[in-house]
Design a protein around this ligand. Structure first.
Ligand code: MF3
Ligand code: CO
Ligand code: CO
Length: 264
């Protein structure tokens, strides 16, 4: 299957979906505090999406082949959880770090973004892991340009994360996105410059590196969704939805409170 090249109409709609996804994170930011449960975060986000935004939470009942339907509207992945954490009775406590991953559908188009949040003051180790993961996402984004290769992105992410003695999760990757939630291409967060698909203006995909403080190996919990580090080390992830342009890239998942890149 060829990779979708989005036209101006598609791009307009993807800008709207991307901004809305980011605005859910802006909305929830002040509420991430000790004693909130992850299911409370889910229900607040769910209500905001459905009642305030008129968006559809894409994760709710999402069921790719071989999976049971995802039971909630967002993913909340705490500490050693890498991704796809199911919101539940877990009470967040001081020192936890949590990834909140939002995917909305608006007018048939998906916007997908996630950020890390500190619950109270983080440990030095947790703060460093989140910062390195954020920087690695941005180093990947910075490679995006018509004529560049997917391998350039993966290599930028992997070489930076590994230079800090962290490891890159291999089993999950960024993905094409648009009318389809998880489309081609697969955007690996490791690789070799010049390898893989050549980028063209109009392609849209996510970059969403999962970086572990310990080893790269994963385990899936019996709930069939929550992915954790096998060695129980901390894990972090950030995600943006990116449009390829002739000159470079446009980040589609931006809103008022999107953290700014901190490069160099
Ligand atoms: N938002 C996730 C991603 O970045 C996917 C979540 S699928 C779910 O691709 F079913 F777990 F919600
Ligand atoms: Co994604
Ligand atoms: Co996501």
């Amino acid at each position: 299957m060829p990779i979708t090249i989005n036209n101006q109409e598609d791009i307009k709609k993807m800008r709207i979906a991307g901004k809305l996804a980011s605005e859910v994170l802006d909305f929830i930011t002040p509420l991430i505090k000790p004693n909130i449960t992850t299911e409370k975060i889910d229900s607040l986000c769910h209500d905001f999406m459905t009642n305030e935004q008129g968006t559809v939470p894409a994760p709710l009942n999402y069921a790719p082949p071989g999976h049971t339907p995802f039971p909630k509207s967002i993913c909340t992945s705490v500490n050693n959880q890498i991704c796809h954490g199911i919101p539940g009775e877990k009470i967040l406590k001081k020192g936890d770090v949590v990834n909140i991953d939002i995917t909305v559908i608006k007018d048939g188009y998906h916007g997908d973004t996630s950020r890390m949040f500190f619950v109270g003051e983080p440990s030095i180790q947790a703060k460093r892991l989140c910062e390195v993961t954020y920087q690695s996402m941005w180093l990947g984004i910075r490679e995006v340009k018509a004529g560049a290769y997917l391998g350039d992105i993966g290599h930028a992410i992997q070489s930076y994360a590994e230079s800090k003695s962290y490891s890159v999760v291999r089993e999950f990757c960024g993905h094409g996105i648009g009318k389809v939630f998880h489309d081609e291409p697969q955007v690996l967060h490791y690789g070799t410059p010049g390898d893989g698909l050549k980028l063209e203006a109009g392609m849209i995909f996510t970059i969403e590196p999962m970086i572990n403080a310990g080893k790269k190996d994963i385990k899936v919990l019996p709930d069939n969704w929550t992915v954790v580090t096998k060695d129980r080390s901390l894990s972090a992830q950030w995600e943006h939805t990116i449009l390829v342009t002739d000159k470079g890239y446009e980040v589609l998942t931006v809103s008022k409170d999107t953290p700014t890149p901190f490069l160099d």
